[in-house]
Write a protein that binds this ligand. Structure first.
Ligand code: 4G1
Length: 247
């Protein structure tokens, strides 16, 4: 899979393939990352990449011509890719949308800076607008890096078995169960007995119940979006009964 990124800070975005799981995917050529800097497409002495907003007010916008030329250059090398503008006006991203995009193939991410880009450029060039969430950040680069990391993990062959399993459990629509490592007693706090039992069926059941219970407590919105089978519903009911006793 090839990902192109249009960004004024290519050296920042390239860090996403510098280490870890995503780095290995890039080394193995499962993921190819190419950055395009609008600054390289300027023609003036100052290599100007910002411009003033019509209507006045504080802040600048990205200058149209260098952006347009950077987009054209990226498209030429990645003609089948969809262009994604990362912006707070976009559709809120989730694992399902990212997985769908990995199935469809290549993307070009457009990272905004300053106050963003001219609306007409969005209408003409942008295929999808995605948002990571409701907060103010300085540029789309960190959002692009999050997308690239999450997408790389979904490319077949990127992950080992353990991380794949974790991802599958999230894809089932639930939060994770709690995890414990050594020591067995930490500041007087014991690891749950079942995890010390060696009974792998009991451990699996406990983990699923914890995942269900924690999703019910912390993210009831996620639970509303999935259908539990009878066994899961029974596990959750038992969790809720236990929880009600302790409050
Ligand atoms: C108004 C957040 C502006 C921000 C309202 C999530 C945020 C890209 C994202 C902003 C950005 C709100 C994102 C804001 C983002 C142009 C340059 C837009 C950076 C920019 C809630 C600044 N997911 N923000 N404006 O943050 O690009 O993808």
């Amino acid at each position: 899979m090839r990902i192109d990124v249009i960004t004024l800070f290519p050296e920042l975005v390239e860090q996403v393939i510098a280490c870890g799981v995503v780095g290995r995917a890039a080394e193995q050529k499962l993921l190819e990352l190419h950055c395009w800097n609008p600054r390289e497409f300027t023609h003036d002495r100052h290599r100007t990449v910002d411009d003033r907003p019509y209507g006045g007010g504080p802040g600048m916008l990205m200058k149209v011509q260098p952006l347009e030329d950077a987009i054209a250059a990226a498209r030429q090398q990645n003609p089948d890719a969809r262009l994604v503008y990362l912006s707070p006006q976009g559709e809120l991203l989730d694992q399902r949308k990212l997985a769908q995009q990995v199935d469809l193939g290549s993307v070009i991410f457009l990272c905004g800076r300053y106050e963003g880009i001219d609306e007409r450029l969005i209408r003409r060039e942008v295929d999808m607008e995605w948002s990571l969430g409701d907060y103010v950040i300085s540029g789309g680069e960190l959002a692009a890096m999050v997308c690239i990391d999450a997408m790389a993990r979904l490319i077949p062959g990127t992950l080992g078995h353990e991380a794949s399993a974790q991802q599958d459990s999230f894809s089932a629509g639930l939060l994770d169960c709690p995890h414990y490592t050594r020591p067995e007693v930490y500041k007087g706090d014991r690891v749950p007995e079942v995890l010390m039992s060696g009974n792998h069926r009991d451990i699996e059941t406990w983990r699923e119940q914890q995942a269900l219970g924690r999703t019910w407590q912390r993210r009831p919105d996620l639970l509303e979006r999935i259908r539990l089978d009878a066994r899961q519903q029974a596990l959750l009911d038992e969790y809720i009964v236990e929880f009600e006793k302790t409050r």
